[in-house]
Write a protein that binds this ligand. Structure first.
Ligand SMILES: Nc1ncnc2c1ncn2[C@@H]1O[C@H](COP(=O)(O)OP(=O)(O)OP(=O)(O)O)[C@@H](O)[C@H]1O
Ligand SMILES: [Mg+2]
Ligand SMILES: [Zn+2]
Length: 306
């Protein structure tokens, strides 16, 4: 078979109209021989690629060259954004923020959910504190201060507000963060004493000491059969002392005031450290959980008995 270039040459020699058209095509290719092959789609936030983050190009002027690639891909503007998002998703995945609060935001924390006027006022102040911590995170980081969310009542929204702060710190500031119940923190350390443990006590404590932001949920309710208070006090001291000295932001929730911590951690060293490294924020003394349970149960009754 004749090579295609020979066929074209013959056509051009025998057909002046065709020759004219070919030279017009060649001229236009020479002026702008680069073609974007990727079809833009709505999947791409800037409508430049098909959503995969790459744009395929072709240089028509190189199409006859041997051993030279005439097609290649370039990253789309959305690519960097997509990579950043992936890192954030991974950080959120690994953070340990409770799954029911994975979408909780500070903005959707609703002070009007509380029935008492006092509670609503307290909730507005707590929400403002949460917003300001997120907004001024760099400054808080420089001085190494966090928050201590307190209410004696269960179900008042402490874990929910701490989770929404955690979500925002990861999403807005890209921080590495661990969210953990005080009890689970202690069990994780305890587990390392087992013969089969893959990690040493030192490694686990180092993780809680060094992580950029640590959220310890339910401080001071960790006294259980297997966890003596001296052990809890020693580990919490190890973690908070290091974080205080290294000015690391720590957020606590508790149903005891900071002042009352000294009654549980009797040596007083944990209390004085937590007092130094966090600002106490009062949460309403009203349970949203009870409210939610009542309305959920009413709905359930209608569904089951109705
Ligand atoms: N202001 C709010 N806006 C919307 N939902 C809220 C708000 N506060 C609390 N909730 C809801 O109330 C329930 C209880 O909240 P949460 O678990 O945070 O309470 P808690 O104070 O941590 O309780 P505990 O002391 O038992 O740990 C959750 O289902 C949460 O979604
Ligand atoms: Mg809680
Ligand atoms: Zn794109």
């Amino acid at each position: 078979m004749e090579p295609i270039s020979q066929v074209i040459k013959d056509l051009m020699n025998n057909n002046p109209e065709f020759a004219k058209r070919m030279s017009a095509v060649n001229e236009s290719l020479a002026s702008d021989p680069i073609e974007v092959l990727t079809k833009p789609s709505k999947q791409c936030p800037v409508m430049k690629c098909d959503g995969a983050g790459w744009i395929w190009m072709k240089d028509w002027s190189k199409r006859h060259l041997r051993n030279v690639s005439d097609e290649w891909k370039e990253p789309c503007e959305c690519y960097e954004q997509m990579m950043k998002q992936r890192v954030i998703d991974k950080k959120l995945d690994l953070s340990g923020i409770p799954p029911i609060f994975q979408d909780a935001t500070v903005a959707s924390f609703n002070p009007n959910k509380y029935l008492e006027a006092d509670s609503r006022e307290t909730a507005i102040v707590a929400k403002k504190a949460a917003e300001n911590l997120v907004k001024n995170y760099q400054a808080m980081k420089n001085i190494g201060k966090g928050l201590y969310l307190y209410s004696s009542i269960k179900g008042s929204g402490k874990t929910r507000l701490a989770s929404s702060i955690a979500n925002a710190l990861v999403k807005v500031h890209g921080v590495d963060l661990i969210f953990i119940k005080a009890n689970d923190l202690l069990s994780q350390v305890k587990k390392t004493y087992g013969k089969e443990s893959l990690q040493t006590e030192d490694q686990v404590i180092r993780m809680f000491r060094e992580v950029e932001v640590l959220v310890i949920d339910d401080v001071s309710v960790e006294k259980t059969k297997e966890t003596s208070m001296t052990f809890a006090e020693k580990i919490l001291y190890d973690v908070t002392d290091y974080r205080l000295e290294h000015r690391k932001v720590t957020i606590f929730t508790s149903n005891r005031t900071i002042e009352d911590l000294a009654k549980v951690y009797t040596e007083g060293r944990v209390k004085s450290r937590i007092n130094k490294m966090s600002l106490e924020v009062y949460m309403p003394e009203e349970s949203i959980r009870d409210q939610e349970a009542e309305s959920e149960n009413a709905e359930l009754e209608r569904m089951i008995f109705g």
